[in-house]
Design a protein around this ligand. Structure first.
Ligand SMILES: CC(C)(COP(=O)(O)OP(=O)(O)OC[C@H]1O[C@@H](n2cnc3c(N)ncnc32)[C@H](O)[C@@H]1OP(=O)(O)O)[C@@H](O)C(=O)NCCC(=O)NCCS
Length: 170
């Protein structure tokens, strides 16, 4: 994950998640998901899981989103992605996912996969926009309402390749 020390013109920057980000992450997690992860789950990911990579998106120094993945051989499995509700709809979720995809590619990943609730049309639209394609269902995947998960996959551009992913889907 690239350490971007200076924000871009919009004031956005990206960096690796650290343990002291967890309180901010929990605020976003709880307003974003009906089955939120615990602080302990994030702590374990950051300290115990060598496959895990977590990224913070910050606006003028304040965390406003995060995303994570497991990088296994040449496949990246997205674990979560969320933007603070007050900052949604500004294409920042898209920026965050593009940054995650670029980081995965830089790490040598060739493909990326994720699961999304069949009812989550906002997230599915974002994923389709960035080149993800549906590849089956996990029936009753979500334990709160037994909702199905849609499995999606995207091919990642080669390391150092052009970063106009998903343009053909527009
Ligand atoms: C999903 C999420 C990360 C998207 O981030 P965002 O900042 O709101 O989205 P963006 O402004 O970057 O929009 C990017 C694309 O997402 C889709 N999208 C965003 N808001 C949408 C809306 N209200 N309705 C339909 N599609 C929408 C569109 O495809 C959009 O591209 P477009 O504007 O060119 O059509 C954010 O809404 C979120 O945190 N949701 C709650 C957590 C969640 O559901 N995470 C995904 C779990 S799998």
């Amino acid at each position: 994950m690239e350490q971007e020390l200076f924000p871009n013109q919009e004031g956005l920057s990206f960096r690796q998640m650290a343990l002291n980000d967890i309180p901010d992450v929990m605020v976003i997690e709880h307003e974003s998901f009906t089955l939120p992860w615990t602080e302990e789950a994030f702590r374990n990911e950051l300290t115990q899981n060598h496959f895990a990579r977590y990224m913070i998106m910050q606006y003028l120094g304040q965390p406003v989103g995060y995303a994570g993945m497991w990088t296994v051989i040449d496949e990246a499995h997205v674990t979560n992605i969320a933007v603070l509700r007050a900052y949604r709809g500004r294409k920042w979720g898209e920026r965050l996912l593009r940054e995650l995809m670029k980081t995965a590619s830089d790490l040598g990943m060739r493909r990326m996969t994720l699961e999304v609730r069949v009812s989550n049309e906002v997230a599915q639209n974002l994923y389709r926009k960035l080149g993800f394609k549906p590849a089956g269902l996990r029936k009753g995947y979500y334990s709160d309402n037994q909702e199905d998960a849609l499995i999606m996959w995207a091919e990642l551009p080669e390391r150092g390749g052009a970063w106009e992913v998903g343009k053909e889907a527009n």
